[in-house]
Structures are given as C-alpha cells and as structure tokens.
Design a protein around this ligand. Structure first.
Ligand code: ZN
Length: 133
C-alpha cells in the first residue's frame, strides 16, 4: 500500500456537512460526484496532501444509510492507494483478510475500489483504491 488516499465520513445531510467542513478546513469541496451503483453522493475536500470524502446516501437501501442507522454519522472508512489492486487483493486474501468485492468496482474520483470486511480489520472498513489511468 502506498498511502492513505482519503478518509470517508458518513453524513446525513450533505449540504449542511459541506458547509461545516468548509468552515473547518477554510475551503470548499473541490468536487462532488454521485455513484448510483453504490447509492452514494460524495464530496471531496483537499487538506494539504490529504483528502476527506463526505458520503451521503442516495436511497434508503444505500450502505451509507444502513451505516448511519446502526452507528450514526462519523468515520465510515479509510482508503489506501495501491498500484495494483488485483495483486494486492490476492496478497490480502492470502493473509486471511475478508474481501467484500473481489472484482474491483468503480468508485468516485476516477478510482477502482475494493473493500475489506471490517470483521477482519478490527472493525475498520478499509477501501483499497487504484487510480484509473
Ligand atoms: Zn472512499
């Protein structure tokens, strides 16, 4: 893994949270994107070399809606950048981690992504992401 690519935060009201985090960081989100297949709309902030992704559910069946129902708003996942997601998934499976989607799916921000089950990572949802060139 190369570095933390971003930290994802689940929110109930994206407009309100965008304002809140813009105040916190002293600047606005630089992009917003809906990934309908995942049931989310995301907003990205750049903070120095790091990124924060706000996630809001687009429908009640969305994993984000279910997360908030169970745990409330807050940190949802940590995303790590990898250079070769397929070999990284194979390596992690071999190490005993539980992979939620073995075939990388399209995420926001020009990435293909794979999630690891939080059961195998001390309760932390881990996203692996690789930039689509
Ligand atoms: Zn993410």
């Amino acid at each position: 893994m190369k570095k933390i690519e971003h930290i994802g935060i689940a929110v109930k009201d994206l407009e309100q949270s965008k304002e809140l985090f813009a105040k916190l960081f002293g600047k606005s989100a630089y992009k917003q994107e809906t990934v309908e297949s995942e049931g989310v709309t995301t907003s990205f902030f750049e903070v120095g070399p790091n990124k924060i992704e706000l996630l809001v559910a687009t429908n009640p069946e969305s994993p984000i809606a279910k997360f908030i129902e169970k745990k409330g708003e807050g940190i949802h996942h940590i995303a790590f950048e990898v250079t070769d997601i397929v070999s990284e998934v194979a390596r992690l499976k071999n190490e005993g981690f539980v992979v939620l989607n073995e075939t990388p799916k399209k995420g926001a921000d020009h990435k293909i992504i794979v999630f690891l089950h939080p059961k195998s990572t001390n309760g932390v949802l881990i996203e692996l992401c690789q930039e689509i060139k």
